[in-house]
Design a protein. Structure first.
Length: 111
């Protein structure tokens, strides 16, 4: 892997961290009185793109770095920070785990 590819993989990983923060922050968007967690679907689609792009740079296990960074952000969001309540819990947590992490991981395992 060249230096340029390493930098690009690092930028993809940083973008994945930012995606995780934004998806967790806007996960509880509601459409009227109904919760509508569209960011879980967006996270799954964007993580698929990140995995595809990272796979173009390296065939090694480092191609999963963006997904691992996203996972770390979601895990941190599950725990209470500073004595307050957890950032995400319940059904939105299951949706972001299933769609944002499960869908890209399943497709990556099949390829």
């Amino acid at each position: 892997m060249s230096v340029d590819e390493r930098v690009e993989l690092g930028l993809l990983t940083a973008a994945s961290v930012l995606l995780g923060i934004l998806c967790c922050a806007f996960l509880m968007i509601s459409w009227g009185p109904i919760p509508f967690p569209i960011t879980a679907l967006i996270a799954g689609a964007v993580n698929l793109g990140f995995l595809w792009l990272a796979g173009q740079y390296t065939p090694s296990a480092w191609r999963f770095a963006p997904l691992a960074a996203f996972t770390l952000v979601v895990i941190i969001a599950m725990f209470p920070v500073g004595g307050s309540a957890p950032w995400i819990t319940g059904l939105p947590l299951l949706l972001i785990l299933g769609l944002g992490l499960g869908m890209p991981a399943t497709i990556a395992a099949r390829v």
